[in-house]
Design a protein around this ligand. Sequence first.
Ligand SMILES: [Zn+2]
Length: 350
Amino acid sequence: MSFVPPFCPSNICPAHKKPEKRWFTREGYYQPKCRTVRVPRFRCNLCGRGFSRQTFRHDYRDHKPHTNAATYLHLVSGVGLRQTGRLVGLDVHSVQGKLRKMSRTCRRLHANLCVELRASEFLLDEEETYENSSIRTVTMPVVIERKTWFVVAATAGPIRRLAKAGTRRRRWQERDEKKRGRRPDTSRACVRKTLEDLRRRLPEGAKIQLHSDLKSSYATLARSVFGDAVMHLRTPGCAARTTANPLFPINTTLAMTRDNNGRLRRKSWLVSKKAERLVEQMQLFACYRNYVRTRFNSDAPGETPGRLLGLIERNLQAHEVLGWAQLWGRRSIHPTSAEGDRTHDMAAAG
Ligand SMILES: [Zn+2]
């Protein structure tokens, strides 16, 4: 079957929102240098815009699109940017460019797939890391679902953690702040953002349980975001880190983030230069964790957190995560639709 465009890509065209019968004309094919198959071309009968199948793809206008899936898999396997470049045949700047574009597609894909979470128990914790230099600390709050370990939300931002007064490290921090100004502390704002991200994905009137450690700001933030809809359960951080610990799933997920994302590894030189780059990396990781990787090694292959939550019918391959562009919300083409004939809305309607 040949590709049928779902709508006109021009968002000011009437055929964008409501494509009527015969809204486009086929205009042959072109043969890109980087591909073996030819790409069908179209023209919109209403606005006259020309476009192709590529307009609906993540790798639209990419150089070396055949390296995308391998680049993605290396980047979620703890490999650094430079080494990824060496392995797939790109220079480090191309890897950086691809990472940024992939992070946008992953963020949108997660938003389009995870619109309503039918679950009631969630866990919250923060991972501490740093940007550029170990004195510039960064927090990375993560919220996951308890049974499936589905990563609902993650973000990162600078925090101010001063060493003991009089220590060498403290003097170093003071010199640094004199040069760059006082370091902002965005811990509360970042935690609030991840909790609001969770709230947006819950059905109207849903009641939830939220597990966390004893950090006092979690209680006030949970109350302020969810009001009476939350039962907040707290476990001391010093409790034994066994499977019996209610925080076991989030502790293990955070350990997994250090394993899968080179820049979070301790005593490594792959550290992020900027906290924003870490946020981008986490978009790649969340899609990998939720839709590509099987939940536990003991699960049947393909039992991803996203499938277990009923958000998608099966696991995805890397080339499917980076398949169709996800720019148009739920009207974007569904990642499991090989021919491009099914949007997210159509998938939900059955
Ligand atoms: Zn048009």
